[in-house]
Design a binder for this molecule. Sequence first.
Ligand code: SOE
Length: 377
Amino acid sequence: MTQPLNIGMIGYGFMGRAHTNGYKRVNDFFDVPYRPVLKAACGRDAEKVKAFADNWGYESIEVDWRKLIARDDIDAVDICTPNNLHKEIAIACAEAGKIILCEKPLAMNAAEGEEMCQAVEKAGVDNIVWYNYRRVPAVTLAKNIIASGNLGRIFHYRANFLQDWTIDDNLPQGGAALWRLDAAAAGSGVTGDLLAHCIDTALWLNGSIENVTAMTETFVKERMHNLTGKVQKVSIDDACTFMCRFENGSLGLFESTRYARGHKALYTFEINGEHASIKWDLHDLHRLEYFDHRLEGDMRGWRSIHVSDGDHPYMGNWWVPGLQIGYEHSFVHQVKDFLESLGTDQPAGPTFRDALETQRVCDAVLASAKSLQWTNV
Ligand code: SOE
């Protein structure tokens, strides 16, 4: 029997839409024990939140997140606000006994994240953070291949997340659309927004990171602030590059920027092991590239696995073998795994605790960029 699970969504931007699509689609394709019900959407602007609710099918709206959390008919709260509100809302949700799905990064920094972890663990509420790329079938397949020991000893982990949307000096910072450029709302720039994805995947695929050395740059030093109307200092990192050492002895190299002209969302990673290597590219997200040194001479070479067969992760529930799926399906998969895990002792990660580890790496990266020293995580 499928039980209803009443969702309260806080925030209605890009992520509010991506998550809602996940709630709406999941039961059409997966046999899970719960059926998300779009109970209420919440945002400060009543007109805008009403338009979102009407468009996506939420039954009601709230303009005060505290009222949403106080409602008895809300089982799970999805936090899709700017990062500076995650902690307060998550702790209030935990105290109210709500299930929590929080947008990444978990918090503004690790200290806040630790408080959030303690709150959910004390309350015993199920929780998850939306690091969605884990659930792209090709990335899940990479996880399975690595976990089977197929690559042997790992030597290198390399990841990039490149964009170009902030190059214009006249782009303002702050406000509903551009809070990612405002350190007071976002905490950091590309480190928390983009590298956090790369770090989450890396920790999942390759284990803990011991220490880092990093470099950041803010290319445009001042921007008009949408909330004050004044030209203000830009305090986020526009670009960040770091090297690290993983606990398994492998070396990591990560780069992220919003100044790579021509790249819109180029997330790539490559892992080189003793026997085999794998690489993945978000722009070709259904493919996993694999090289196996153990294959005989003529047959040795890079293989491009089209991760669309019925026995590939998640794919048996979609179309027929060979037909691919896309970005939005990673959110459907996250909802599916989360619903299956509810109330069990096998949480679908990344939990708040898992995401705190990513946050600690981000903090170490930013501290290293400031001190110009190697920094322990
Ligand atoms: C930023 O442009 C952004 O939308 C991130 O916030 C998302 O997390 C990332 O998946 C795509 O880029």
